[in-house]
Design a protein around this ligand. Structure first.
Ligand code: ADP
Ligand code: MG
Length: 388
């Protein structure tokens, strides 16, 4: 990868302009981190009201494959990264012709397609759940297969549990495949999970890696709900997850911030999926680590050394979805309940409209004791009617 070595010794210092593909909350936190360090940011996103675009120094309001807009971004910025997993890999390659782009088009292309992702992980020797690649209806295994009950997942553009259906047999799988308009899918065995964990890491162009502590995650309707850090399970599992995440990054020759999700099943780790960007389960790093995942993203793309990933406080992060907004849209959840707590950090993403399943913000509860942080976080989570 020539572009990675080409700028390996060049450090981009403030007040340089950095480019961000995608204007969601991950991009917004990136803008905040970059601003703190004295950089400027140009965001490219088709939404005129995107959370990151609104606070960036410049917002190019255009599609992710708009060549003229990409050229404008490349001209304006010293280096470019992405917060949006589904940015066309071709757009990244195009930008990389003139400017450093992290992560590489290659890594993003693998991570954004469930089939290439699963195949990559399997061939890299990483443990994954049993799966079958489904291109046509005849690829669906019959009922004799021990893959059922299973989950059918579309290969592209799935997130937050979207583009997934649970199926108990071949017939249900056929109906689901047709409902997905026969798009390429992965059929994955439905596992009985002990729990789920994730690891966020940053890997720089020289191959240095800083790994954040392992988070324990629970999901509600396929969407991350709560992250507890450090994870409560065995330390062996937490360490092993970190080692596997580093293996993923190294096998991909990855540069940037990477989130790796794991299932713990019968006491064994399986890699679920990876995200070529900061990860929702890494939001606790904003309030609980020396360097947060967004500052690491800035550091990797500017060629600065990685910051310390040390966690200084146990933390519990709770996602705030649009579901907790009162139906009458003038009203908001009772933030007073949360803001009264002196150890709670509220982060709102500046989205106009609350919709069911939409990530509107999160809070992180900090404490010297993880169990106390969890107790208080769950109390406020219940008071805000999350999960009702
Ligand atoms: P997304 O891209 O939407 O995050 P995931 O594949 O991570 O998709 O699935 C979302 C959640 O659904 C997982 O975190 C897990 O809780 C549950 N899930 C997904 N696949 C399986 C499986 N094979 N067995 C059991 N639970 C699963
Ligand atoms: Mg996931």
């Amino acid at each position: 990868m020539t572009h990675q070595t080409a700028h390996q010794n060049t450090v981009i210092l403030p007040p340089a302009m950095l480019g961000m593909l995608g204007g969601g909350q991950l991009g917004r936190f990136f803008v905040i981190a970059a601003h703190e360090m004295g950089y400027k940011v140009t965001v490219l996103d088709p939404d005129a009201n995107s959370p990151a675009g609104k606070i960036a120094d410049a917002h190019i309001c255009a599609a992710f494959d708009d060549k003229a807009a990409l050229l404008k971004l490349a001209n304006a910025c010293a280096a470019i990264s992405t917060e949006f997993e589904n940015v066309p890999a071709d757009s990244l390659s195009f930008l990389a012709q003139t400017k450093p782009v992290l992560p590489s088009a290659y890594s993003v292309a693998i991570a954004q397609h469930r089939v290439s992702e699963k195949n990559f992980l399997k061939h890299a020797g990483l443990p994954v759940a049993p799966y079958a690649v489904i291109n046509e209806i005849d690829d669906l295994p019959d009922d004799a297969s021990d893959i059922y009950p299973a989950i059918l997942k579309v290969a592209r553009f799935g997130y937050d549990g979207k583009g997934q259906t649970r199926v108990k047999d071949q017939h249900e799988a056929q109906l689901a495949f047709v409902a997905f308009e026969r798009e390429e899918c992965v059929l994955e065995k439905m596992l009985k999970l002990d729990y789920e964990v994730s690891v966020v890491l940053a890997r720089d162009v020289r191959g240095n890696v800083a790994t954040f502590p392992t988070a324990e995650n629970s999901h509600l309707n396929g969407i991350l709900d709560v992250s507890i850090v450090p994870a409560r399970g065995s330390d062996t599992i937490s360490h092993q997850a970190q080692k596997l995440a580093v293996m993923v990054a190294e096998k991909l020759a990855y540069t940037g911030v990477l989130g790796v999700e794991f299932f713990v099943c019968n006491g064994e780790l399986l890699v679920n999926e990876m995200a070529p960007r900061p990860h929702n389960s890494g939001h606790y790093t904003i309030d609980a680590c020396v360097t947060n995942q967004f500052e690491q993203q800035v550091r990797v793309m500017t060629g600065l050394p990685l910051g310390s990933a040390r966690q200084h406080s146990p933390a519990v992060m709770v996602n705030l979805l649009g579901d907790i907004w009162p139906a009458d849209d003038a009203a908001a959840p009772e933030w007073q309940l949360a803001l009264n707590n002196p150890q709670l950090k509220l982060h709102m993403y500046g989205k106009h409209e609350a919709r069911s399943g939409r990530k509107m913000g999160h809070f992180t509860m900090i404490n010297v004791s993880r169990d106390e942080a969890l107790k208080q976080a769950m109390q406020i989570r219940a008071e805000l009617n999350i999960g009702d």
